[in-house]
Design a protein around this ligand. Structure first.
Ligand code: ADP
Ligand code: ASP
Ligand code: MG
Length: 413
């Protein structure tokens, strides 16, 4: 069972979570719980790091931001004990959750589960702070924003859990963020592949890595609400959204939709380098250093050079990495050979996802037309087999999502 930030925000909420966990144990399950920091807490801690130094050292950042989850794991154990349950916390370094050394975006390599399993078998509820791990040098790492989802799936895989229930502040995965579009529809099932794509383009309901890990390890993941009362049915009777394999979905009578969902990501920033030399190696000189610094570049556009053998290169990266990106490219200005660097963080990416795209033409043109009808300008486009993304002005993102939700006939009746 995993509980997110809103579910852990304060004494009353944690008490409610303890009640949900206790009921699950009383139903005969051995339970491990992964928790997030209280809502807003990680943002608060990140801010302290930024205030200390805009180009902060990521290893020390991890020391600071991992603290939020330490607090809630101890508190949930206390609340469970108050309800008469046996419970204890297991910090990332205690299990340990072994990761690589990519601070602030570490990848889980292995979780030692023997002690955990022994404690669970003895009737003790294990409470594990999400988001945190331990690198090969023995230093604390964190898994990237939203990383508690990945912690939960990794723990589920390590203990061979029957299921990984992700409790959050909405009761499932919807066709789009139900907080933006009131007419969003809840999906009973969504495939790993679709969820992976939705997550990677900004549906923050699950962290992308948690979905790829679940897919790889075959973990059954369910998304459901923690805002339920004592009389609600137990999680075992599928009240939320189940993430399933393609084969499993084919076995149900669910009609496959052309489009599964729409996602938006406001955390992107756009960088343009003007008059880059149009020669082999120029693009590598730009993106090599960014890759080495663990900066994930997303959309990339390079025009054909018209004359003078020069061209503009535009790309997007996470807003959180913009300062670092600018610094790296500024340092290498002469080596790369560009004229000017222009950065813009007032952009957002809106994406349409659906496996139906494989066999249907016209999905992209429907998107472009719907946006054009509302006068929304497209700054960049990227596509994959089951996704079309566009970059637009961030002020227009909510309008765009609503318009597209209607255009693809996803609105609930
Ligand atoms: P938690 O703190 O529990 O990890 P998050 O805030 O990370 O919760 O994720 C849940 C939020 O994801 C919801 O409140 C909702 O606003 C947002 N969200 C975005 N896209 C979707 C979607 N397609 N379906 C459901 N929720 C979504
Ligand atoms: N607390 C971390 C964050 O806000 C991890 C998580 O909640 O999943 O990103
Ligand atoms: Mg989350």
């Amino acid at each position: 069972m995993k509980f997110g930030g809103t579910s852990m925000a304060g004494t009353e909420r944690i008490r409610r979570v303890a009640g949900i966990v206790k009921r699950q144990q009383e139903a005969g399950h051995e339970v491990a719980v992964v928790v997030s920091a209280m809502a807003g807490e990680t943002d608060r801690l990140v801010n302290f790091c930024r205030e200390a130094n805009a180009l902060y050292d990521r290893a020390e950042y991890d020391v600071v931001v991992a603290a939020g989850e330490q607090v809630t794991s101890g508190l949930l154990a206390l609340h469970l004990q108050a309800l008469g349950c046996k419970a204890r916390s297991w910090l990332g370094w205690q299990l340990p959750v072994r990761t690589d050394d990519a601070h602030a975006a570490a990848r889980i390599e292995d979780i030692e589960s023997q002690a955990l399993l022994a404690s669970m078998a003895a009737g003790e509820i294990a409470v594990i702070p999400g988001f945190q791990g331990l690198d090969p040098d023995g230093r604390v790492t964190t898994l990237g924003r939203g990383g508690s989802d990945t912690s939960a799936v990794a723990v589920a895989a390590a203990v061979h859990a029957d299921r990984c229930d992700i409790y959050t502040d909405v009761d499932g995965v919807y066709t789009t963020d139900p907080r933006i579009v009131a007419k969003a529809r809840k999906l009973k099932y969504v495939t790993y592949e679709e969820m992976l794509e939705l997550a990677s383009v900004g549906s923050k309901v699950l962290q992308t890595r948690s979905v790829s890990l679940a897919m790889k390890e075959g973990v059954r993941v369910q998304v459901l609400s923690s805002f339920i009362d004592e009389s609600a049915p137990l999680a075992d009777s599928i009240p939320g959204t189940m993430i399933v394999s393609d084969e499993e979905l084919e076995g149900t009578d669910m009609e496959r939709q052309l489009i599964t969902g729409i996602a938006a990501d406001k955390n992107e920033a756009k960088v343009t380098l003007t008059r880059v030399a149009d020669r082999p190696g120029a693009v590598a000189a730009i993106f090599g250093p960014l890759a080495e610094a663990n900066i994930n570049v997303d959309m990339i556009i390079q025009n054909i050079a018209k004359d003078k053998g020069e061209t503009d290169v535009t790309f997007t990266c996470p807003q959180a990495d913009l300062a670092r990106t600018q610094a790296l490219l500024e340092e290498r200005k002469d080596a790369i050979g560009y004229y000017r660097m222009i950065a813009d963080s007032k952009v957002a990416k809106v994406s349409v996802v659906g496996v139906g795209m494989r066999s249907h033409a016209g999905v992209a043109s429907t998107m472009f037309k719907a946006l054009a009808d509302r006068g929304i300008n497209i700054q960049a486009i990227s596509t994959s087999e089951i996704k079309v993304s566009v970059l637009i002005d961030s002020d227009e993102v909510e309008l765009a999502v609503r318009v597209l939700h209607t255009a693809y006939e996803l609105d609930a009746a």
